[in-house]
Write a protein that binds this ligand. Structure first.
Ligand code: ATP
Ligand code: MG
Ligand code: MG
Ligand code: MG
Length: 436
């Protein structure tokens, strides 16, 4: 992408309405635009990152055996009356009436709809286990939307739903998602701690919230200090293995949200207890037959008996993750994207657009890098070098390749790693070899 034609409306000033660093940086980098309270348009740079995050989530869901489908955003109120949640959900639900006076709603989650799809088609235990997911926009009329995409009203969520014949099967489905979540967040360079959580209005008996520690987090959380430098995925089993020992090992290390943590009965002595703030980026539930019973989602068991299906649901805040990643990875100059979710792999900075030799070498590098499948932000704009450096740092591209007439006279270009600030002078060939 040539930045001279890329729609990236960066801001020089720090927007005053943004209270936390991730929101400020997303606005300054021209990634999002608020269109109503808690509702955002994703501008090209932001959308590139959103798709990267989404893709990692998708790959790990697929690897865990979940199957992707796509359900609509608009749902019928009748389904929610069947589960009894239409009245319970309260003001967070955006209710809509169509021209025939039918009551509809913009889905805040999809348990009812997926249960309806399930009961329409799945009749036998032989068709289980089954896990279906989608990545779709949700709407919750949050009383206080804030912190940008972190607590939006419209937001992108991955939600998966598992169906099993019995509680043992449901536990295995839960453990698969538990492992998939750890893998997903680790791939994004995040340390997400699974914490025992309240099951809340969705109900059920087994639930974990995946929490990123950050001062700006909205939840109070407690965990054993062992979590601080633990690589949980070291020696992690494969998806087809027995996951119980791994699950037991990880969940034995104390971690709980403030709703579950009881200071009077803390299993961890104060000297080993970390008390912190956290951002909830994922949440998994095993809720048994809470929906299948009232909605009559039953299957025929091995002896022909009718069994309400055992269910679980598993959410990831795809759009919230973007804010969480920035909270975890930035410096005074801007965002530092982990490689896996960066909007571009390489930022190519032309220090003197218009200088024939500099333009030629840049065009050649740009073509070669793109041909090798790398995504390149080529800053060919007619701007001062200082402005180009500042913008490239701000948008957080992991590698910066700097090309100017002075260096070229000596046969070198400069390669900078955004995360560490380390710079290296290399020949064009050596720089290419390092990036490819
Ligand atoms: P919160 O406690 O932050 O209100 P929640 O517990 O209501 O979240 P869940 O119903 O567990 O949310 O939804 C699954 C995931 O969706 C959450 O873990 C979070 O990452 C994301 N999410 C929920 N609400 C929002 C929101 N308003 N904006 C962005 N992401 C959200
Ligand atoms: Mg909520
Ligand atoms: Mg919550
Ligand atoms: Mg939750």
């Amino acid at each position: 992408m040539r930045l001279s034609s890329f729609f990236m409306p960066t801001l020089k000033e720090t927007p005053t309405e943004a209270q936390i660093v991730s929101h400020r940086l997303m606005l300054r980098a021209g990634m999002i635009r608020q269109t109503s309270a808690g509702i955002y348009a994703w501008l090209p740079l932001g959308y590139r990152v959103l798709r990267k995050i989404e893709q990692i989530v998708r790959e790990e869901q697929d690897a865990a055996g979940a199957q992707e489908l796509l359900m609509p955003t608009i749902q019928s109120a009748d389904l929610w009356r069947e589960s009894g949640r239409y009245d319970d959900y309260g003001k967070e639900m955006l209710r809509i009436t169509d021209r025939h006076d039918r009551e509809m709603l913009f889905g805040p989650t999809n348990e009812e709809m997926i249960t309806d799809i399930f009961r329409s088609f799945v009749k036998s235990y032989r068709q289980l286990p089954l896990n279906l997911y989608h990545i779709q926009w949700k709407f919750r009329d949050e009383i206080r939307p804030r912190f940008g995409v972190m607590r939006g009203r419209e937001f992108l969520m991955k939600d998966a739903y598992s169906f099993d014949i019995d509680p043992a099967g449901a536990r295995r489905s839960y453990q698969k998602m538990f492992l998939a979540y750890l893998r997903t967040f680790a791939r994004m360079g995040l340390k997400a701690i699974p914490m025992r959580a309240d099951t809340g209005p969705i109900g059920g008996d087994l639930s974990h919230e995946f929490i990123i520690l950050a001062e700006t987090g909205e939840s109070g959380v407690f965990c054993h200090k062992e979590w601080m430098d633990l690589d949980v995925l070291k020696d992690a089993p494969g998806m087809e293995d027995d996951l119980q020992p791994f699950f037991d090992r990880v969940t034995a290390i104390y971690a709980a949200t403030d709703e579950k943590h009881d200071p009077a009965n803390s299993p961890v002595p104060d000297s080993d207890l970390v008390s912190a703030r956290g951002i909830e980026v994922g949440h998994i539930f095993n809720f048994g037959t809470k929906y299948s019973k009232p909605m009559n989602a039953v299957i025929a068991g091995p002896n022909g008996e009718s069994i309400p299906v055992e269910m679980g649901s598993y959410g990831i805040g795809v759009s919230r993750l973007m804010g969480a990643i920035i909270e975890a990875s930035h410096d005074d100059n801007g965002i530092i994207w982990p490689d896996a979710v960066a909007p571009f792999n390489v930022g190519l900075i032309n220090l003197k657009s218009g200088d024939a030799e500099t333009d030629r070498v840049c065009a050649e590098l740009y073509a070669k890098l793109e041909a090798a499948g790398l995504e390149v932000a080529y800053d060919d704009r007619d701007e001062r070098p200082g402005a180009k450096f500042a913008d490239m740092d701000l948008i957080g591209v992991p590698w910066q390749l700097v090309v100017g007439p002075r260096g070229l006279k000596n046969g070198v270009v400069e390669l900078k790693r955004r995360a560490t600030g380390e710079k290296e002078e290399l020949t064009v060939e050596a720089a290419l070899a390092k990036l490819l």
